[in-house]
Design a protein around this ligand. Structure first.
Ligand code: GLA
Length: 673
């Protein structure tokens, strides 16, 4: 973030999306009274209101928004005012049919739902700037407006666009990137399958092809899409800035986002905001929540961030929409807080009676305020008031996990050595190992300054540039411990295999290269013999490979499968540091001894805490706030002294956290025990 600024709200922010245009005025009055009761101090308004603010092209009606903002202000509730550009009105599609998005299969995306029009069409771009400017001009000085919420979740439901407008912009983007067709042909390796281009007009978007398309072209199209989406944000932000000074944000989706490289997006917003929803099929969805929160804080470069949306209970868009059980919402909200959020918001304030999301939970459910959910919403509001001293404190991490959206885009293209190797699956497994060991992590790019971290973990660095690899090598030589998973260091920024073969750029850091991949058949299991300390067999699956040693020691070897007898895990001392390499798929449990050994090299001593007790510390000025979340069905004990801000109870070195409970303990700065 270039200019960090926080919305003007007292204490922590609490609230949610508010869509009162769906309700009569008497409900508005009930809403503000209930918001007061719940301690709500911030609501996001106008996100889907374009058709109500500009009923016909160029004709505006701000009367209801005037009334709404006045009402909120009278009741001491601040507004995060949105630009409504994620839901163009029906007139937009009727007046500008050629601004409709075309999908990869060539189908036109019509109105009647939500989702932006073509990010590259001048009519959509101009209409977005117009409505943003009108809103900013009118409300820049409204006392209720403390923040601007541009658009909604860029990248979904519309990201890639294959319309003529997008293809024209794509060609310009390619000309700027490569300068000449020779440069493009070289970068895309178009000699393969005779794809060489002789005219710019012949270069198309990677739409549907007979079989697998050019991977470098597809990767560039992801980069282009991300650039176009960011340009949309920047245009709207600039329009707001002509009149208004409040912080401007847009809501990310961290680990759930696909189209947006959030390292770049975070540079554009004044404060980072994120949406997170639990994925019901995941029985340990709270681990994914923690990952998402850490990733959000990391792209925010450690600054406080806004949890812009999560749910009070079930969502409506999964196959089976599992309701949160009593206490779960609090655990979720306070985990986000523990990992750096200074604002806790929901989608949405009041459940909609009509439309596609009527079965989505809300702060005020269909059952009304006399409901379990609303009682928990009020209780959480009370907690957040008590937690105001936490505001502005920071999370510190000794370890970093490498997370690069370009590598995600590239790795998950078609025709890979094994369908079972997935970026997100490996990211989760490695993160979960660290989570279970209570090692707090930041996320980082391979090119970042990593020198402050004792341990750097690379679960899925398939695309690794020469610069990134050199930085990692310097990190090891300077005394760092690097732990790299298989299928890393494979291709460069053009999706071309590195000269010298697989893993060649990390040869010095890890003391190994890979001669050949030996993926396993679906469902085929194997084991590796771990020969460091106590000899054990660790289950492994999916992947083996023919590792060539260049100075590394073998720490584990395959005992069956095509790689039987070959190295599976290696350790290499280089300069003042150590490079670890894992050449097979180990699950969270099998990863334990590998991480334990890497922690020892790194000088990290994890706190040995009960399984399923999540503990993370926010560091303030001379004091710490230890957020302890008990995910287990039984009480857990934590050796901790201080005052639980949620209950006022004073712990003298032995804190009991009830089953499913949370404590936020304020104590002088220091270590946990
Ligand atoms: C997203 C959107 C919201 C709403 C929720 C439902 O996060 O931003 O408008 O649709 O999902 O979970």
């Amino acid at each position: 973030m270039t200019n960090f600024s926080w919305p003007q709200v007292d204490g922590l922010a609490y609230g949610g999306d508010y869509n009162p245009e769906q309700w009569p005025r008497e409900t508005w009055r009930e809403d503000v009274a209930l918001m007061r009761e719940a301690g709500v101090n911030l609501v996001s308004v106008g996100i889907f209101s374009w058709a109500m603010l500009e009923p016909r092209e160029g004709e505006y009606d701000f009367s209801w928004m005037d009334e709404l903002l006045d009402l909120l202000h009278e009741h001491g509730i601040a507004a995060d005012l949105a630009t409504p550009t994620v839901a163009p009105p029906a007139w937009f599609y009727a007046n500008h049919p050629d601004a409709r998005v075309i999908d990869k299969d060539g189908l036109v995306v019509g109105p009647g739902s939500r989702g932006m029009a073509s990010h590259s069409h001048p009519a959509y771009q101009e209409a977005c700037v117009r409505i943003s400017r009108r809103l900013a001009e009118r409300y820049a000085d409204h006392p209720a407006v403390v923040m601007w919420h541009v658009h909604n979740e860029y990248g979904v439901p519309v990201g890639e666009d294959y319309s003529p407008a997008a293809v024209a912009a794509w060609r310009e983007w390619l000309k700027a990137r490569y300068g000449s067709l020779d440069g493009l042909n070289q970068a895309w390796g178009t000699m393969f399958w005779g794809q060489v281009y002789g005219e710019w007009e012949h270069v198309g978007a990677p739409a549907k092809t007979a079989t697998t398309g050019n991977p470098a072209q597809q990767l560039d199209f992801m980069r282009f899409t991300d650039d176009q989406l960011r340009a949309c944000f920047s245009r709207e932000k600039a329009a707001i800035r002509e009149f208004a000074t409040q912080p401007v944000t847009t809501n990310f989706m961290a680990h759930q986002s696909w189209n947006c490289d959030l390292w770049k997006w975070a540079e554009l917003v004044d404060v980072v905001a994120d949406d997170h929803y639990l994925w019901a099929p995941d029985p340990e969805a709270h681990v994914a929540l923690a990952l998402s929160a850490d990733l959000t804080r990391s792209v925010a470069r450690g600054r406080p961030w806004i949890l812009m949306e999560h749910s009070t209970s079930a969502v409506n868009w999964q196959g089976r929409n599992v309701a949160k059980r009593p206490g779960e919402m609090r655990r979720n909200a306070l985990t986000h807080l523990g990992r750096g959020a200074d604002a806790i918001m929901f989608f949405q304030w009041r459940a909609s009676r009509s439309g596609a999301e009527k079965f989505h939970s809300a702060m005020v459910p269909h059952a009304g305020p006399r409901s379990r959910v609303f009682r928990e919403v009020v209780e959480l509001g009370g907690h957040l008031a008590d937690l105001a001293p936490v505001k502005g404190s920071e999370v510190r991490a000794e370890a970093a996990v490498l997370y690069d959206w370009e590598s995600l885009w590239a790795q998950d293209l078609e025709w890979r050595p094994s369908d079972d190797v997935q970026f997100r699956e490996r990211m989760r497994a490695f993160y979960e190992r660290l989570w279970r060991d209570n090692v707090t992590v930041d996320f980082a790019l391979p090119t970042h300054d990593l020198s402050a971290y004792k341990l750097v973990v690379a679960p899925a660095s398939y695309l690794l540039t020469k610069d990134g690899a050199e930085n990692l090598t310097r990190y090891v030589e300077g005394g760092g411990t690097l732990l790299v998973n298989f299928f890393s260091g494979i291709v460069d920024e053009n999706e071309a295999v590195h000269a010298g073969g697989f893993l060649a750029p990390l040869k010095d850091a890890l003391g190994v290269t890979v001669e050949e991949f030996l993926p396993l058949r679906e469902g085929e299991g194997a084991s590796v013999r771990w020969a460091r300390g106590e000899e054990t067999l660790l289950p492994a699956d999916v992947w083996q490979e023919d590792i060539q040693l260049h100075g590394a020691e073998v720490v584990a070897e395959h005992i069956s499968g095509p790689g039987a007898g070959k190295p599976a895990v290696t350790r290499h001392e280089r300069g003042a540091g150590v490079g670890w390499y894992v050449g097979t798929r180990l699950d969270v449990r099998s990863l334990a001894p590998v991480f334990e050994a890497a922690y020892a090299d790194a000088g990290i001593v994890p706190d040995r805490l009960p399984e399923d007790l999540e503990v993370v510390t926010r560091h303030g000025d001379g004091e710490d706030f230890v957020v302890a979340v008990n995910h287990a069905d039984a009480p857990a004990r934590l050796p901790l002294a201080g005052t639980d801000l949620l209950t006022g109870a004073v712990a003298d070195g032995d804190l009991e956290i009830p089953a499913g409970g949370v404590a936020v303990v304020r104590r002088p700065g220091g270590a946990i025990a």
